[in-house]
Design a protein around this ligand. Structure first.
Ligand code: CMC
Length: 429
């Protein structure tokens, strides 16, 4: 039988080493024994942007990027999106199994119970500039919550951790809706505990003077599906930020704030905002070929296209496209859809995109749906952060329970000067 090892010969010394291979991986620390002399630190691997480094073992989410497959805890994203509610999926991600009827009822009640924010949070939001980006407000708001729950610092206390997890899942939509309402100059809406998670979010966003808000069932369901699709995506930049900050034993509010900050960038969760800006700039289907040429000339990237892991169609993008139709039936067709469809059609025939395996990702169509729902562009990354909070928390919990857990602290290859003598200011060139 073949041995599960890797034999390495160091041509600098002629020595040979046998390294164990487990799960298709060698341990970077096993390289450390490979030295040219006693004072040598030992071999390291160099992997900027973690392109080929597994930073953890995880049982939460599985992606096969070549086949375009995504599972949460072994269930395919298609089945979950078709049959589950977002809170059901949140339970699955956090606890490993789908809840039974009783467990789901308790879970929904517990999340609903924590949706209110401390009244002082209003003061924080009121002090932002009138045109503050809602993602900046959300990132600040969630970090500020750590000051209201100082007991959250006890991250190694399992019960306390669970309480903070429930609070965070419950309060993220409220924080997000506050950011929107303040940016519009509208009074805030308090949560309505009779509504579902998605329905209550729509209530906090869009209720005006009517005594009670009745969310449209189709919009409520569409939002729930979008939340399911965005709930987790294994070790992406935001989750890596969550795990890195979590590994210092920082409290989960600060860690979620850091994860949300990582998500905000246009290469990550800010891409949905960038897509709609791009489609608006293109303006008309006739302009698409020119725009694609400019992308190929390297002027800019096609936003909502490409993925570090998926080298096939992003399965989430396929489901998002179906959700778009349901939303357009209620809200009317977003004219940007035609530009997006033409862009996809042309790009998928073009060797530049085909040879680089660049396909639409989840963000390509989600922004168009949010816009049709009446959300301003700046709210799109916020809409990503709400459900992704569940994934961040599941990954954070897994990290804290991992026996190999330790502070995240990569190495570097130093490229600066060797030791030199200090120069008084008058002697400097
Ligand atoms: N448009 C045009 N060319 C692209 C694009 C794009 N969107 N993405 C990658 N390429 C090209 C890139 O120029 C490179 O070409 P070459 O080999 O000639 O230099 C090649 O494809 C490989 O690109 P890369 O930068 O090495 O790929 P990466 O894995 O580092 O980047 C990415 C992944 C998602 C950051 C990138 O595809 C991108 O910038 N896409 C646009 C932003 C976007 O839609 N982000 C959302 C990601 S999905 C939601 C989420 O999980 O956050």
């Amino acid at each position: 039988m073949a041995k599960e090892t890797l034999t390495v010969t160091d041509n600098r010394t002629g020595r040979t080493y046998e390294l164990p291979v487990s799960d298709g991986t060698i341990r970077a620390m096993d390289l450390r024994q490979i030295k040219v002399g006693d004072d040598d630190f030992g071999l390291m691997s160099y992997d900027p942007a973690y392109k080929n480094t597994a930073s953890t073992r995880s049982s939460i989410t599985f992606i096969d990027g070549e086949k375009g497959v995504l599972w949460y805890r072994g269930y395919s994203i298609d089945e979950l999106a078709e049959n589950c509610t977002f809170l059901e999926v949140a339970y699955l991600l956090l606890f490993g199994e789908l809840p039974n009827r009783d467990q789901l009822q308790v879970w929904e009640r517990e999340i609903t119970h924590h949706t209110l924010l401390h009244e002082n949070m209003k003061g924080l939001y009121e002090d932002f500039r009138y045109d503050a980006h809602p993602m900046g407000m959300l990132i600040s708001g969630v970090a500020a919550l750590s000051t209201f729950y100082p007991e959250a610092k006890a991250v190694e206390d399992v019960e306390n951790r669970l309480l903070q997890i429930k609070r965070l899942i419950a309060k993220m939509p409220t924080l997000a809706a506050y950011a929107y309402r303040f940016s519009m100059g509208f009074p805030i809406n308090y949560p309505d505990n009779d509504l579902t998670y998605a329905g209550n979010f729509l209530n906090m966003m869009f209720k005006m003077v009517e005594p009670t808000y009745e969310p449209h069932p189709a919009l409520q369901r569409a939002l729930d599906v979008l939340f399911i699709l965005h709930a987790d995506h294994e070790q992406n930049a935001g989750t890596t930020a969550m795990r890195t900050v979590g590994s210092t034993l920082s409290d989960p509010y600060c860690a979620v704030s850091a994860a949300a900050a990582a998500l905000y960038g246009p290469r990550h969760g800010g891409a949905n905002e960038a897509v709609v800006r791009m489609l608006t700039e293109i303006g008309h289907v006739d302009e698409v070929p020119d725009y694609v040429e400019r992308v190929k000339n390297g002027e800019f990237r096609l936003m909502g296209f490409g993925h570090r892991v998926y080298k096939n169609y992003d399965p989430r993008a396929r489901i998002v496209k179906q959700v778009a139709d349901d939303v357009f039936d209620v809200m009317g067709r977003n004219p940007l859809l035609d530009i997006a469809l033409e862009l996809e059609r042309i790009a998928l025939q073009d060797d530049y995109f085909v040879s680089r395996k660049l396909y639409p990702n989840v963000d390509f169509y989600s922004g168009i749906i949010y816009q049709a729902m009446g959300l301003p562009t700046s709210m799109f990354p916020v809409m990503f952060a709400i459900p992704r909070t569940v994934g961040w928390l599941a990954q954070w919990q897994e990290l804290l329970e991992d026996p190999e857990e330790a502070i995240a602290r990569p190495r570097q290859i130093y490229t600066g000067s060797q030791k030199r003598d200090y120069r008084p200011i008058d002697d400097r060139a």
